[in-house]
Design a protein around this ligand. Structure first.
Ligand code: DAT
Ligand code: MG
Length: 170
C-alpha cells in the first residue's frame, strides 16, 4: 500500500517549454494526476536564483550552461513556476515528466515528447519537478513566499513588517 500523504512539489515550465508554447499542454498532462495547483506565477530567474536552485550541481561541467539556459539565454527569460499539492505529488509529477535525459525518457512523458539535447550538451528537458520532500521544501521556499500559496499552509511562517521599495502602478 502506498502512503497517501499529502505533499507539495515545485514545477517549473522552463524557458524552452514556454518558447515552444507548451504551457497549456504541460498543464493538461499534469492535470491527469488530479493534484491541486496551490501557487502559480510567470516570472524570470536571476542568476542568484538559478544557481541556488541547482546548487547540488555546481561542480558539474554543464553547470554554467544549465544556469544560462534557465536564465533564458537561448529561448525567453520567462518561466512558469507552480506548486502542485496532494497525495504522493512528488512521484506522480516526476513520473509524467520522465527521465532527466530527454533521450532516455519514455516517449509518452513530457520530457520524452518535447525535450532535446543541444549541441552544447544541455539537456533542454522542458520541465522541472522536485525530486524529494526535502528538495521540494527548499525549492518552494526559494520560488514562493507564504502569501503566494493559496489555501494550504505548507511550512511554518511568521508575520513581519518590511520596509522595502516596490513598484506600484503609476
Ligand atoms: P532532474 O531535473 O531530473 O531532477 P537533476 O536535478 O540531476 O535532474 O539535474 C538538473 C538539470 O540539469 C536537468 O534537468 C538537466 C541538467 N542536467 C542534468 N544532468 C545533465 C547532464 N549529464 N548533461 C547535461 N545537462 C544535465
Ligand atoms: Mg533535480
Amino acid at each position: 500500500m502506498s502512503t497517501d500523504k499529502n505533499e507539495a512539489t515545485l514545477v517549473i515550465i522552463k524557458p524552452d517549454g514556454i518558447k515552444k508554447s507548451l504551457t497549456g499542454n504541460i498543464i493538461s498532462r499534469l492535470s491527469e494526476t488530479k493534484l491541486q495547483i496551490i501557487a502559480a506565477k510567470m516570472t524570470t530567474i536571476s542568476r542568484e536564483r538559478a544557481e541556488e536552485h541547482y546548487s547540488h550541481l555546481t561542480e558539474k561541467p554543464f553547470f554554467e550552461e544549465l544556469v544560462k539556459y534557465m536564465m533564458g539565454a537561448y529561448h525567453t527569460r520567462r518561466v512558469m513556476a507552480m506548486v502542485y499539492y496532494g497525495p504522493n505529488a512528488i512521484s506522480k509529477i516526476r513520473t509524467i515528466c520522465g527521465a532527466t535525459n530527454p533521450e532516455e525518457a519514455e516517449p509518452t512523458t513530457i520530457r520524452g515528447s518535447y525535450g532535446r539535447i543541444t549541441t552544447r550538451g544541455v539537456f533542454e528537458n522542458v520541465i522541472h519537478a522536485s525530486e524529494s520532500a526535502k528538495d521540494a521544501e527548499k525549492e518552494i521556499k526559494l520560488w514562493f513566499g507564504p502569501d503566494e500559496i493559496a489555501e494550504v499552509k505548507l511550512y511554518p511562517s511568521k508575520e513581519t513588517t518590511v520596509k522595502t521599495k516596490v513598484h506600484i502602478w503609476a
